[in-house]
Design a protein around this ligand. Structure first.
Ligand code: NAD
Length: 462
């Protein structure tokens, strides 16, 4: 695949000073498809300096001008949507249809939403005898993972640009190619030099140097809880703002009055989508004991249908990690009804769609984020028991409730400790705030709430 051998710095592609490279691997056939620079601390420093130098100019632009650049960015993404889908398929392994429908289409919609928001947002408001200005936070460090590689980039960069911030992006080492494509799009959209900079590199090297850099005002991170914790500690010590989008272990609560077959089928699809590499996936299905056996049978049949329709995991490490969780589930006494730890193919980082029954709330597979195509079906006695189980993890990112009556589902959802709940299969809304309760994170992405993360207020009294 086509790749830049430089980092995008101050409006141009320049060689990384480190001289190191990262091999990009296709997870389907394990072949190296490209090489990109593995930037070092000096490269990160240069990128932060460029972003800082560009800040006063960009922060002072009229919101209408930023809206125009974002609108051009949206159009440039849309013009390259097929290439985006092919790139994500090559480096993440997602089936092409899924890459088109989700990995390409969602970021285009999100970029469009910020073109609108930049134009409409009240960057100035009156509160009694004060005028409150909503000003950009400053230089943003965006550190993103590989599972929705373009979406997670756009969900940070678009609101940051809309707010008037400048950005240094450090994308995941597994998926740097779509990030390079994004940098080309930003360039073509006429965003001034230095406003957006891209440093590809390793997490503990480039990522850490960026998170620790004194020239950064806000670190926006999506990824594992372990790394998020370190970033938050470093940022806290420097009294630097931080936004974290971390893991999840979301509950799909099927109340007895629900359409069981629909709830189970949609629930299984939700977990298998993107091979289970979704932080908001409903990985715990909660079913009333009277419907339990029927639900397990429905889930087994549904999972079997996904057999060879899901892509591989992103890399060998994730494959080994997920297989380890499946083995642990068996060892702790859960009943395997579909899939298993044995890889379905010799080549590629595949894991079979897997369903566990007789999972109890304290089991590891019911508590920890697996990040693979693995569903746990848990039994509950009554509604209070379901709520206790649903709220019984350290996470609180997403969830679902199904009931015959919408009001009944809403009443249950209001008692869940989680940032999003889909009612009877409600669809994804790119304008709704997305983010976690408890250890699923700090802050919100998307829509107006996502924009607010990149703004700080200044009040003038008259
Ligand atoms: P990770 O947290 O290591 O990587 C995410 C990003 O952080 C990448 O860009 C990485 O280079 C960077 N990074 C890594 N170490 C860093 C450091 N010390 N300082 C600064 N940046 C650093 O995630 P992973 O190892 O790719 O995946 C491990 C697990 O994390 C997954 O199995 C899953 O449970 C979870 N995860 C969650 C999400 C999510 O959307 N919330 C995304 C990816 C992974």
């Amino acid at each position: 695949m086509k790749a830049h051998d430089g980092i995008y710095l101050d409006g141009a592609w320049r060689p990384a000073l480190s001289g190191e490279v990262i091999d990009v691997v296709d997870p389907v056939d394990e072949q190296v498809i490209a090489r990109v620079p593995a930037a070092g601390a000096e490269d990160v420093d240069a990128a932060v300096r460029a972003a800082r130098a560009a800040l006063p100019g960009w922060a002072a632009t009229a919101p209408a001008e930023r809206a125009a650049r974002l609108s051009a960015l949206r159009d440039a993404l849309a013009a390259r949507k097929d290439e985006i889908a092919e790139t994500v398929t090559a480096e993440l392994g997602a089936p092409l249809a899924f890459s088109q429908a989700v990995h390409a289409a969602v970021p285009i919609a999100v970029a469009g939403s910020y073109a609108d928001l930049a134009a409409r947002h009240a960057f100035e408001e009156k509160v009694g005898n004060s005028t409150v200005f909503h000003e950009p936070v400053g230089v943003v460090a965006a550190i993103t993972p590989w599972n929705y590689p373009l979406h997670q980039v756009v969900a940070k960069v678009a609101p940051a640009l809309a707010a008037g911030c400048t950005v240094v992006l450090k994308p995941a080492e597994d998926t740097p190619l779509v990030a390079q494509l994004f940098a080309e799009v930003v360039h073509d959209a006429g965003v001034p030099a230095g406003v957006f900079n891209l440093v590809t590199g390793l997490g503990p090297v480039a990522g850490q140097a960026l998170a620790e850099h004194p020239g950064v005002d806000l670190v926006s991170f999506t990824g594992s809880t372990a790394v998020g914790r370190t970033i938050a500690a470093t940022a806290g010590a420097a009294v630097k703002k931080v936004a974290l989008e971390l893991g999840g272990k979301s509950a799909n609560v099927i109340l007895p009055s629900a359409d069981l077959a629909k709830a189970v089928n949609v629930g299984v699809a939700n977990v298998m989508s993107n091979s289970g590499q979704t932080c908001s996936a409903w990985t715990r299905m909660l079913v009333h004991r009277d419907q339990y056996d029927e639900a397990v049978e429905l889930a087994r049949t549904a999972a079997a249908k996904y057999g060879d329709r899901i892509g591989p995991l992103v890399n060998a490490k994730q494959q080994a990690r997920v297989r380890g969780y499946i083995e642990k589930g068996v060892a702790e006494g859960a009943r395997l009804v579909a899939g298993g730890a044995e890889p379905p193919r010799e080549r590629g980082y595949f894991v079979s769609p897997t369903v566990f029954a007789d999972v109890t709330p304290e089991m590891t597979i019911a508590q920890e984020e697996i990040f693979g195509p693995v569903l746990s079906v848990l039994r509950y006695e009554d509604e209070e028991d379901a709520l206790r189980i649903a709220n019984g993890t350290v996470y609180g990112l997403a969830g679902a409730v199904w009931a015959g009556d919408e009001a009944e589902a809403v009443a249950f959802a209001r008692r869940m400790d989680t940032g999003q709940v889909d009612i009877n299969g409600g669809r994804f809304n790119p304008l709704a705030p997305f983010g976690g309760y408890k250890q699923s994170g700090v802050g919100r992405e998307l829509g107006a709430h996502g924009l607010a993360e990149y703004l700080q207020t200044k009040s003038l009294q008259f």
